[in-house]
Design a protein. Structure first.
Ligand SMILES: C[S@@+](CC[C@H](N)C(=O)[O-])C[C@H]1O[C@@H](n2cnc3c(N)ncnc32)[C@H](O)[C@@H]1O
Length: 200
């Protein structure tokens, strides 16, 4: 965890410039996030919120959204850029949030660095804080096999969608939608997937 924090801290400014705006997020993804996370009342956590732009996107949709990230530079940036938003320094491995108090979670490319053997524990923590019926939206790198690769910031993992959906099910989340987009149109762009699941 310290390695991830340090890696993102070193590259925080560059990351903000490259990715820190919701107009850099595909329109289909924004629609899906809006559809699943804005239509019901209640608190939504944007875990691993990075620059905070998707927390802000949710806030502009009248969602009671809170961004949580491990990296102080990202939290400072988000608080300065979106002063009306809520951003907290913390880890999704151990959330300072009461059991069953959250109605939605966005994990947008934030679980990509979690070593596969640790993912079950993280998902149990997410299930702990979610109310029954809450919605979880995960964006990640799609892969034919579960394997690591050297991401620009730190080691990350490709997940086959079925395999991640099975892990979600083991933690008490049932898949309700998936979206997959091949990474063919831009050089260097990797296959993308989103899983939407409901806490059962
Ligand atoms: C690829 S970035 C995605 C950031 C943002 N969600 C976005 O879409 O641009 C991964 C983010 O996850 C955060 N992160 C990684 N491990 C974390 C943890 N254990 N708890 C909270 N945030 C974490 C990193 O600091 C980083 O901001």
């Amino acid at each position: 965890m310290d390695l991830i924090r340090q890696a993102y801290a070193t590259k925080a400014r560059e990351y903000v410039e490259l990715f820190g705006s919701s107009d850099k997020v595909h329109a289909d993804d924004l629609s899906l996030i809006e559809h699943y996370l804005s239509l019901r009342p209640g608190a939504v956590l944007d875990i691993g919120s990075g620059p905070g732009h998707l927390t802000e996107y949710l806030r502009t949709l009248n969602v009671d959204a809170c961004g949580i990230d491990l990296v102080p530079q990202f939290i400072d940036h988000a608080r300065n850029t979106y002063p009306d938003g809520r951003y907290e320094l913390g880890s999704f491995r151990q959330l300072a949030v009461a059991n069953g108090s959250v109605f939605g979670i966005l994990a947008w490319y934030s679980l990509i660095h979690v070593p596969p053997e640790d993912l079950a524990g993280v998902l149990v923590e997410l299930r702990r804080v979610t109310a029954n019926g809450a919605t979880l939206v995960i964006g990640f790198f799609d892969g034919d096999r579960l394997e690591s690769f050297e991401h620009a910031v730190a080691t990350a993992y490709y997940w086959p969608v079925d395999q991640l959906a099975a892990q979600l099910q083991d933690a008490g989340f049932i898949e309700i939608e998936r979206l997959q987009r091949p990474g063919v149109n831009e050089p260097g762009r990797r296959p993308h997937a989103v899983l939407v699941a409901r806490a059962t």
